[in-house]
Design a protein around this ligand. Structure first.
Ligand SMILES: Nc1nc2c(c(=O)[nH]1)N[C@H]1C(S)=C(S)[C@@H](COP(=O)(O)O)O[C@H]1N2
Ligand SMILES: [Mo]
Length: 327
């Protein structure tokens, strides 16, 4: 791993920019206490723990099994790849915490191996796949993609995986299949926010679910990923198997998938169920459509302090615009 440098904005963003948390009243809290004082406390905490944490974090990914795959050059990204140290401690994984900086440590005890993923529903050959088998038998490639969170931050990540189409071809979808539903694990003993008491108060509809239309699932960009940065997937990023749909807001990229079900009905999704006025089903990145509580015109590039313009379909219009009515 190249240079270790403290990300300038590491300690600030989650309280300022975790809309998925704020809508339950954090904003009021910030107003009451004042962003200034929270920022100062955060900074002091951040600086005192940063050095030791970086060593621990670094050893986390050196312990991950190497995974080699040839880079697919068809999707060039003109921005720099995000430093892995930055990406690895800035996570949305609500099963563990709503605080981005806490996930990498809280997820350590999560057992992501052995792992099985069921692909079922409206298919000719419902199949349960073992992750080790998928790693051996699927056509792995590396793809560098932009990832744009609905909270208006972004990063650039070298994922390793295979087109979702390659997986669906193995189970042979029936023509009646119109949508895919994807489901994450449910294990309150490992994922503290799934506990009955917390889920009751938060109204979070665990397990986390997402969905795509069939044409979206079969699109060339839609990747099922099993690794990143030249190794198998880190736990905080959704080990061992996770979806990536780079033209959609990050929350569609469901982590740690246990089941994919083909259906004829649009599936309910976690965020749409929780806050339907804020998070739609399609969730395509669109700088012209603001979130009800903030603009989507620009995005903060994590680890850099830069703010850049958000692109229509996150820069992937050439591959996906044809699936949607003209905007
Ligand atoms: N199961 C699950 N998947 C999830 C989430 C989550 O909370 N739970 N958060 C989503 C959101 S909002 C984003 S932005 C990305 C973040 O991925 P990263 O932590 O690897 O950067 O994961 C998505 N997938
Ligand atoms: Mo997100």
């Amino acid at each position: 791993m190249a240079n270790i440098r403290p990300p300038k904005d590491w300690n600030l963003p989650e309280r300022e920019a975790t809309p998925e948390g704020i809508f339950r009243g954090r904003r009021k809290f910030i107003k009451a206490v004042g962003i200034g004082s929270i920022g100062a406390v955060g900074l002091a905490y951040g600086l005192s723990t940063l050095a030791g944490n970086d060593d621990k974090l670094q050893s986390q990914f050196t312990s991950l099994k190497r995974l080699k795959a040839r880079r697919n050059g068809a999707y060039p990204v003109k921005r720099a790849i995000t430093d892995e140290l930055i990406a690895a401690k800035y996570n949305n994984f609500y099963e563990f915490s709503t605080r981005k900086g806490d996930v990498w440590e809280l997820a350590e005890k999560f057992q992501s191996h052995p792992w099985q993923m069921e692909v079922t529903g409206l298919v000719e050959k419902p199949t349960t796949f073992d992750i080790d088998d998928l790693l051996k038998t699927m056509p792995l490639e590396e793809r560098v993609y932009r990832l744009r969170c609905v909270e208006a931050w972004s990063m650039v990540v070298p994922w390793i995986g295979f087109p979702m189409k390659a997986l669906l071809d193995r189970v042979r979808p029936l023509s009646s299949a119109k949508f895919v539903k994807l489901v994450t694990f449910l294990d309150p003993e490992v994922a503290p926010r799934q506990s009955a008491r917390l889920a009751f108060w938060s109204r979070e509809p665990w397990p986390y679910t997402e969905g795509l239309r069939m044409d979206e699932a079969m699109n060339e960009l839609t990747l099922i990923t099993v690794g990143m940065y030249g190794h198998v997937m880190g736990k905080q990023h959704g080990a061992p198997i996770r979806l990536i749909t780079p033209w959609k807001y990050g929350y569609k990229s469901i982590k740690s998938i246990v089941r994919i079900e083909l259906t004829d009905k649009q599936p309910a999704t976690f965020w749409n169920t929780l806050a339907p006025n804020e998070y739609g089903f399609l969730s395509n990145v669109n700088p012209k459509v603001p979130h009800p509580r903030w603009s989507q015109a620009t995005e903060r590039v994590i680890g850099t302090g830069n703010r850049i313009r958000t692109l229509s379909y996150n820069g992937y219009a050439a591959q996906v615009a044809g699936m949607y009515p003209k905007v």
